[in-house]
Design a protein around this ligand. Structure first.
Ligand code: 13P
Length: 287
C-alpha cells in the first residue's frame, strides 16, 4: 500500500527509529526493496528518480515504482530523490509520488529558499511531503568514489531553523560529516551539530550517505531527530556481487533471468540488513 503523509516519518522521529530510503533503478531493485519491506513488516521509501530516470526512463520507472508500492502488503512510499528540476518534480507529483526532494544545496541560501518554496507550493496541491537539503555532501549518488573528504559545507543549525521556517518543508536533509557512497575510512558524524540542528528545527531530519556508516554513528543520528536514512551504495554492491557469483552458471544457457533474480534477491537481503540496523536497539527491526 502507498505510504502517504508524514505520520510514519514523525512516528519514526519520536521513537528513535528511521524510515529507510532505498534508491531503485529498475524492476529488480524495486522488487527487491518491496520484498524486504514485506519480509520485515516495516515501512520503506522507494527512491525512484531523479538520476535513475537516466537509466530506466522517467515514465517507466515512475509507473513501476508506484505500481509496486500500491500492490505491496507493506507501507511503501515513492520518493523523488535529489531533484533540481521543478518540471521533473511536478511530473512526479502528478504521477502520485508520496514525497519529493528538492535539492537546492548547490545554490546560495536565498536561492535555495526560493527553489524550495516553489517545490513546497507545488507539492501541497498533491498531498505529497517535501524534503529539502541545506549543506553539501561529498561523494556521488550513483557511483562510489571512495570519497574521504568531510562535507565542505556542513549544515548550520541557525540557518537550518531559518530555512525551515521560510520554506515550510516537511523534512530536512543535513550535512553533518555524512558522505555519499563508501569511504576509505569510517565516517564520524558531527553529532553535536546534529543535536543542535534537531533542537533548532521542528521537522524530522534526513541522513543521506548512510551506506557503510558505522552502526554506533547511525544510532547516534537516530537519537538526534533523524527519521529517514538514505542508502544506495550498499544495495548496488550487494547486487553486483551476487550477479558476479551467478554469472558462471548463467553463461552456458544464456540464463539471464537467473542473473537478474540473483541481483534482485541480493537487493532484498541488503535492504533487510539495513532495516535491521534502523532501530536504536539493533533488534532485527522488530522493536
Ligand atoms: P549512499 O551513497 O551512502 O548509499 O547514500 C545514498 C543517498 O544518500 C541517496 O540520496
Amino acid at each position: 500500500m502507498l505510504l502517504h503523509g508524514t505520520d510514519a516519518l514523525k512516528k519514526a522521529a519520536a521513537s528513535g527509529h528511521a524510515l529507510p530510503g532505498f534508491v531503485a533503478y529498475n524492476l529488480e531493485t524495486v522488487q527487491g526493496i518491496t520484498a524486504a519491506a514485506e519480509a520485515a513488516g516495516r515501512p520503506v521509501v522507494i527512491q525512484a528518480g531523479s538520476s535513475p530516470f537516466k537509466h530506466a526512463g522517467r515514465e517507466a520507472l515512475m509507473r513501476l515504482a508506484l505500481d509496486a508500492a500500491a500492490r505491496s502488503t507493506a507501507p511503501v512510499g515513492v520518493h523523488l530523490d535529489h531533484s533540481r528540476d521543478l518540471d521533473e518534480i511536478t511530473a512526479c507529483l502528478e504521477a502520485g509520488y508520496t514525497s519529493v526532494m528538492v535539492d537546492g544545496s548547490h545554490l546560495a541560501f536565498a536561492e535555495n529558499i526560493a527553489l524550495t518554496q516553489e517545490a513546497v507550493r507545488r507539492a501541497r496541491g498533491h498531498g505529497a511531503w517535501v524534503e529539502a537539503e541545506l549543506g553539501a555532501l561529498p561523494g556521488d549518488e550513483d557511483v562510489s568514489t571512495d570519497a574521504a573528504a568531510q562535507a565542505a559545507a556542513m549544515t548550520d543549525p541557525r540557518q537550518a531553523a531559518a530555512f525551515v521556517s521560510a520554506t515550510g518543508v516537511d523534512a530536512l536533509a543535513v550535512a553533518v560529516g555524512n558522505v555519499h557512497g563508501f569511504t576509505r575510512h569510517p565516517v564520524r558524524l558531527d553529532l553535536e551539530r546534529l543535536a543542535a540542528i534537531h533542537e533548532a528545527v521542528p521537522v524530522p531530519l534526513v541522513l543521506h550517505g548512510a551506506s557503510g556508516l558505522p552502526v554506533d554513528e547511525l544510532h547516534g543520528a537516530l537519537a538526534r531527530g533523524v527519521a529517514k536514512v538514505n542508502v544506495n551504495a550498499e544495495l548496488r554492491r550487494a547486487c553486483l556481487e551476487a550477479t558476479r557469483l551467478a554469472l558462471p552458471s548463467a553463461l552456458p544457457g544464456s540464463d539471464v533471468v537467473s542473473l537478474w533474480a540473483a541481483g534482485r534477491d541480493a537487493v532484498r537481503d541488503a535492504a533487510l540488513d539495513v532495516i535491521s540496523r534502523l532501530s536504536p536497539h539493533a533488534d532485527g527491526g522488530n522493536a
